[in-house]
Ligand binder design. Structure first.
Ligand SMILES: Cc1cc2nc3c(=O)[nH]c(=O)nc-3n(C[C@H](O)[C@H](O)[C@H](O)COP(=O)(O)OP(=O)(O)OC[C@H]3O[C@@H](n4cnc5c(N)ncnc54)[C@H](O)[C@@H]3O)c2cc1C
Length: 346
């Protein structure tokens, strides 16, 4: 076994069923051809869509919202409605305020009850599209949105927004972590990550043959979404709790410029049959403040050391609508993570 290089030691995650503080599941709003950012006329109203972010709504929120707000600037209105109060609606509303608009948010749920609160919070645009289904226009928007969001989050690092840089270890038993090929939209994003490195066995403590390290940001949804809400309200924003059953109902709104940030809800509201859920499940362990790294893999497991608990995740179940945690998945999350962290050297 290779000798561990100085500095390669990491604190161990303490995985056991009696340390679990909660288990939750949520639905990623996925579209094979990727998120939708575009304008549409609805009678005398203009609707700017901004939904369908799959497994990367936190990651891309600032970027797609910037594209949406630029699209909205083509209309004359200054009073506008944002439908939805997840990370996408709140980012859109904040960008509108910063441009001098007066947005009102209308939403069925607000944090902490949105899908955005279920997110793990890793900055990484994954599970956003199926490569054969994307268009060149989507690829352009994806690259632009990711670059904008990557810069914007860097201006929010610190305790106030719950954003911080951490090393991310991608672990594999099957082969070295592949670089995204040029035809993949993610090849636009890969150069953003600082200090990527394929590690030799002596450079990491994990008992797997392949490990890659790069740096990314962890955005803690509980802290971050509260901070966005606070910023929005302190800048004069209003939130109205309201559920819309149909697009016709939107016609009754006072505002003529609408931003559709309804996530998975856009499927029913706007008849988008491409939208489909990808269920994911998370178990949280008691917080361990000494943990200063994140892991993804081997397989589909991941670990992010959040203030509200050490997040252990797995599972991407496409087409599953239930938000009930599945006991067999919980057992697998704990078993596979216990094997990974129990097998660490040092
Ligand atoms: C297990 C899991 C892990 C994830 N991990 C990550 C991660 O690490 N990084 C990352 O970037 N992303 C992650 N995601 C993805 C992320 O959570 C989503 O992409 C994101 O939350 C989508 O945000 P949103 O604002 O579009 O939707 P939502 O948060 O669902 O907000 C939609 C809003 O619209 C409202 N709404 C919907 N329909 C109506 C209606 N008819 N009338 C009125 N209001 C309506 C809702 O009430 C809500 O306010 C994860 C998701 C899951 C499930």
């Amino acid at each position: 076994m290779a000798v561990l290089a100085p500095g390669a030691r990491l604190s161990r995650v303490k995985v056991s069923p009696d340390r679990v503080i909660r288990t939750i599941a949520g639905l990623r709003p996925f579209r094979p051809s990727g998120f939708v950012v575009r304008g549409e006329k609805l009678g005398e109203k203009t609707v700017i869509h901004n939904y369908g972010h799959g497994g990367a709504g936190i990651t891309l929120s600032w970027g797609t919202s910037q594209l949406a707000v630029e699209e909205g600037a083509k209309a004359e209105a200054r009073d506008c409605a944002v439908i939805g109060c997840g990370v996408v609606g709140l980012s859109t509303a904040r960008l509108l305020q910063q441009r001098g608009y007066n947005p009102v948010i209308y939403a069925r749920e607000t944090p902490p009850s949105t899908t955005s609160n279920v997110a793990g919070g890793l900055w990484d645009p994954v599970s956003v599209y199926d490569r054969p289904s994307v268009t060149p226009e989507f690829r352009r928007q994806f690259g632009e949105a990711a670059r904008f969001a990557f810069r914007r989050y860097q201006s929010l690092t610190g305790d106030l927004y719950g954003v911080r840089w951490l090393p991310l270890y991608t672990l594999s038993r099957d082969g070295a972590v592949a670089v995204a090929p040029p035809e993949s939209p993610n090849s636009e994003v890969q150069p953003l990550y600082p200090e990527p490195k394929q590690l030799s066995p002596g450079e990491h403590p994990f008992n797997v043959p392949f490990a890659h390290r790069r740096y990314s940001m962890l955005i803690e949804p509980a802290i971050y979404l509260n901070a966005l809400m606070r910023d929005y309200l302190l800048n004069g924003g209003r939130i109205a709790i309201r559920e819309f059953q149909s697009r016709e109902e939107l016609m009754g709104l006072r505002e003529n410029l609408l931003f559709n940030c309804t996530g998975l809800g856009a499927g029913k509201l706007f008849g988008d049959a491409e939208l489909t859920p990808i269920k994911g499940q998370l178990s949280f362990l008691l917080p361990q403040p000494e943990l200063d790294y994140m892991t993804v893999g081997p397989g589909d497991i991941y670990m992010f050391p959040r203030r509200d608990g050490v997040l252990l995740g797995c599972s991407h179940e496409r087409g599953v609508w239930s938000t009930e945690p599945d006991p067999a998945t919980t057992e697998r999350i704990l078993r596979e993570n216990a094997a990974l962290f129990g097998g660490m050297r040092g």
